[in-house]
Design a protein. Structure first.
Lengths: 116, 117
């Protein structure tokens, strides 16, 4: 009955490879997000996706691309991985953009990506 | 631009004592404020939020936070700390709904809470 799930939990790969991280939410939420947490625990938004509208943080390299096959899934694909991509990536979801009582976001357990 | 500051990297408290984790914010418009907790090797868990209404907000695990508009603060508090409260705590502010935003959360850098027996 996990609310927001991510796979894999750990991902170790070499520079230059392409990898994907999957995210699923069973909360019926409308909006999903990807965050990156660096080694200093700093959290930064990468993408948000609502009703087929994608908002991209302008600082995110175009090697990162989110893909949403349906409202319950938002996967993260990364091309040509670099050492600096090593971090923990969190998926999150929220119910509604417009109802103030539903503003909180619920996070997945994270995927620790290590690029060697 | 919205921003959140957590001035303390670490807070040390003895078990049974009250704890406060500080947060100040800068927003345009009404602030929507949140506290999250992250236990080691885990995702973030929602603790509480301030949207509107009473300045004192109660949340999970006995935590509460006080919204102070004049001081632009939203400090997290608990009357009696537990060793199990030891974790990383994040304050966050929600971006308003406008073009180029979908309610993204802007996080503070986090405060490590250490509760000793």
């Amino acid at each position: 009955d996990t609310a927001v799930s991510q796979t894999p939990k750990y991902l170790v790969t070499q520079m230059g490879n392409d990898k994907s991280i999957k995210c699923e939410q069973n909360l019926g939420h409308d909006t999903m997000y990807w965050y990156k947490q660096d080694s200093k625990k700093f959290l930064k938004i990468m993408f948000s996706y609502n009703n087929k509208e994608l908002i991209i943080n302008e600082t995110v390299p175009n090697r990162f691309s989110p893909k949403s096959p349906d409202k319950a899934h938002l996967n993260l694909h990364i091309n040509s991985l670099e050492l600096g991509d090593s971090a923990v990536y969190f998926c999150a979801s929220s119910q509604d953009l417009w109802q103030r009582d539903s503003y909180e976001q619920y996070f997945g357990p994270g995927t620790r990506l290590t690029v060697t | 631009a919205q921003s959140v500051a957590q001035p303390e990297d670490q807070v040390n408290v003895a078990e049974g004592n009250p704890l406060t984790v500080k947060c100040t914010y800068s927003v345009s418009g009404n602030p929507y404020l949140f506290w999250y907790v992250q236990y080691p090797n885990r995702g973030l868990q929602f603790l509480l939020k301030y949207i509107t209404g009473d300045n004192l907000v109660k949340g999970s695990y006995g935590f509460e936070a006080e919204f102070n508009k004049s001081q632009t603060s939203f400090h997290l508090k608990k009357p009696s700390a537990l060793v199990s409260d030891s974790a990383l705590y994040f304050c966050a502010v929600r971006e308003p709904n406008y073009q180029g935003s979908q309610g993204n959360l802007i996080f503070g850098k986090g405060t490590k809470l250490s509760v000793k027996p």
